[in-house]
Design a binder for this molecule. Structure first.
Ligand code: ADP
Ligand code: MG
Length: 617
């Protein structure tokens, strides 16, 4: 038998490796923008077409590259940022792995033009499939211009995984905003399909935040600022009134790097305590700076998750700083700064400190806050309560049934359901009054037994089929709002909503776009109660963002499901006998009255046989 193992050709190995770094256009955008900031640029321009699929170009006025460096930059593990392993603990650049350009060159057609100040002529390179195909001197501005065309042109399997342009654009905007928020002193510009989307002048953190999140925030932000020797935190938190149903505007930066951390997010949420309405998320943009040796950014290939040397102290710090800010600006009338007294004993805060440093720190307001109370406040490192909640939000009552409905390709609302057919023999006696039990279950008499209907699940089914039919046929009737509600959204949310508008219109939501980020809800589906529309839309966006990847439904199907779930009468609501009748009647005109869209049973039927058997008589 011959030997089986072969070395992969370079270009294939490169393409595989590239997959880790460049998953979609937005990942390339992130890498290129970070390279520009690392190069000391003060002006950075991002140009994209077709959601980045056909073109991503970044132009910076940074330090540029020599001819040799320009060639080297595209080699795997080629970096000017670290030389030895110890450097990993002193990183103050965004990049350091030396993988980004190599990965980009493996999956797109790249053109680079770059010039250093000291050189008269710059260098132009063209690269395809990781190979330099053109190299020539060129006249160009100081700095670097890099463009990548036809992302994944050589890896169709990957290209097919990309979402539509609007979705990819949203991811790009997300990345762009993160970098722009991290570097407010730099000028940024974003152009998409020839239209300028952002034009950001250099300014303070606050100015940048307002440029990006919208003027509405001008008077609604509170500054956070605490400094100790161990770490500094600064930034802004939204007053409670800016809290949203969507998790949109929440940003943590650690040493200028955007990170995702459910743990720190929890710290902020608890600092707001009961200032926020239930199920809403505070707005925050917080910058934490600490000794790079105290963080390990090497955990994640795209570097959005980091490990702190000591997480607990960071948690306590963030929480105390936010509480302090809210109290100072009398957003919170009286706050209790009871924090774990043990914090000050924590190794991390003691270790790097000399005696005098300790003294200086001890006088800082935050440290005093820490030590003010001896009463211990246990800082839980357990699962984020609100996260748990959000998971539940979409966890179906009956997961087995859901799995099968996920697997099937026909949406439930149009499926001929055999069980339902069999059940259509149910004869409800409408003349005998219905009973509502525990404001949740409707009890009705049938010809030979009785039926217990879950009001919420039943209503979800009804709405699901209604919306489903509307979405695929006749548009639903709209009731005009007497007082149109306006919605100001963060850019990514705005892009998402914009993308959903046609489908929402189909199910009766009449929403107009006022400008880039502002929408006005002019009308809502005729048969839902007004007064809840802003919430409904925000929730929808939230569900879309956080759950869209988990469930393999079409956009339409997702909207229908989200809306049915949201608008359904909830368990716990008292119904009049007319409402009960209507609900039951409508349920039994459904195609599949017996299961909710997420697959739970909508009713339990107790027939005469069963009763006789139970009683043995
Ligand atoms: P990393 O950023 O991790 O070092 P990259 O693959 O992103 O790796 O870039 C490789 C090298 O190319 C960088 O270390 C840097 O020296 C150089 N480089 C990349 N982009 C630029 C740029 N816009 N301006 C100047 N030099 C750059
Ligand atoms: Mg880089």
């Amino acid at each position: 038998m011959g030997n089986l193992i072969q070395l992969l050709p370079d270009h294939i190995a490169n393409q595989i490796a590239a997959g880790e770094v460049i998953q979609r256009p937005a990942s390339a955008v992130k890498e290129l923008l970070e390279n520009a900031t690392d190069a000391g640029a003060t002006q950075i321009q991002l140009i994209v077409s077709e959601g980045g699929k056909s073109l991503i170009q970044v132009i910076d006025n940074g330090k540029g590259m020599s001819e040799t460096d320009a060639r080297m930059a595209f080699e795997r593990h080629a970096t000017s940022k670290i030389r030895q392993i110890d450097d990993l603990f002193r990183i103050n650049t965004m990049g350091f792995r030396g993988e980004a350009l190599a990965s980009i060159a493996a999956v797109a057609q790249v053109e680079l033009k770059t010039r250093r100040e000291e050189d008269e002529l710059g260098t132009r390179l063209e690269i395809e499939n990781s190979k330099i195909i053109v190299q020539e001197p060129c006249a160009c501005a100081v700095g670097t211009q890099i463009s990548m065309k036809n992302l994944f042109f050589s890896v169709p399997a990957r290209r097919n995984f990309l979402k539509n342009n609007a979705v990819e654009m949203r991811h790009i905007i997300d990345e762009f905003m993160r970098v722009a928020l991290a570097f407010p002193a730099l000028a940024f510009n974003l152009t998409s399909n020839g239209q300028e989307v952002f034009h950001l002048e250099p300014g303070s953190h606050k100015q940048r935040i307002i440029q990006l999140l919208g003027n509405a925030y001008q008077t609604k932000l509170v500054s956070v600022k605490e400094e100790t020797d161990y770490m500094n935190i600064h930034g802004l938190v939204g007053k409670p009134e800016t809290a949203r149903k969507t998790r949109g505007d929440q940003y943590f930066f650690v040493n200028n790097r955007f990170i995702k951390s459910a743990y720190l997010n929890h710290a902020v949420n608890t600092a707001f305590d009961n200032l926020l309405p239930k199920d809403s998320f505070p707005t925050y943009i917080l910058y934490i700076d600490l000794d790079p040796a105290q963080v390990d950014i090497n955990v994640h290939p795209t570097k959005q998750e980091i490990k702190f040397e000591d997480e607990k102290i960071i948690y306590a710090f963030v929480q105390a700083a936010v509480k302090h800010a809210l109290a100072q600006f009398s957003v919170a009338p009286s706050l209790d700064f009871s924090l774990n007294a043990g914090i000050q004993q924590l190794d991390a805060i003691n270790r790097p400190f000399t005696e005098e440093k300790k003294e200086a720190t001890a006088s800082s307001s935050l440290y005093q806050t820490f030590s003010k109370k001896n009463q211990a406040h246990f800082i839980e490192k357990t699962e984020d309560a609100s996260l748990k909640h959000w998971k539940e939000f979409f966890t179906p009552a009956n997961s087995e049934a859901t799995q099968s409905s996920v697997a099937s390709t026909t949406p439930l609302w149009q499926k001929e359901n055999t069980v339902a057919k069999a059940d259509s023999g149910i004869q409800i006696i409408y003349e005998i009054p219905f009973v509502q039990l525990h404001q949740t279950y409707l009890l009705a008499t049938t010809r030979d037994g009785f039926i217990v209907i879950h009001q919420q699940l039943a209503h979800e089914r009804i709405l699901y089929e209604k919306y489903g039919q509307a979405a695929h046929g006749h548009q639903m009737a709209t009731q005009k709002s007497l007082f149109p509600v306006s919605l100001t959204l963060a850019p990514a949310d705005a892009a998402l909503l914009n993308d959903l508008l046609p489908d929402l219109a189909q199910i009766g939501y009449q929403i107009e776009k006022n400008d880039q980020h502002e929408f006005v809800i002019q009308g809502i589906p005729a048969d839902i109660l007004p007064g809840n529309e802003q919430n409904a839309i925000e929730l929808l966006l939230e569900q879309f963002k956080h759950f869209s990847s988990e469930i393999q439904f079409s956009k339409r199907e997702k909207i229908i499901r989200c809306m049915a779930r949201q608008q359904a009468i909830k368990a716990g609501r008292t119904l009049t006998s007319r409402e009960m009748h209507q609900l039951v009647e409508e349920l039994f005109t459904c195609n599949s009255p017996n299961i909710s869209p997420s697959g739970a049973a909508t009713y339990l039927l107790f027939n005469g046989d069963y009763l006789t058997r139970m009683f043995g008589k």
